[in-house]
Design a protein around this ligand. Structure first.
Ligand SMILES: [Zn+2]
Length: 44
């Protein structure tokens, strides 16, 4: 059975960066969706 990409990512237990699709390492204090790479790009 094929799932749509949206359903696939929604079913993943880990967060996935909406910018690049990388798995985001969850941190207890983290409320951000983007991965470290995309965050560092934005903060520049
Ligand atoms: Zn990213």
């Amino acid at each position: 059975m094929l799932q749509s990409p949206v359903e696939f990512f929604r079913n993943l237990p880990k967060k996935v960066c909406p910018e690049c699709g990388q798995t985001v390492n969850e941190q207890a204090e983290s409320y951000l969706m983007e991965c470290d790479y995309c965050l560092s790009k934005k903060s520049e």
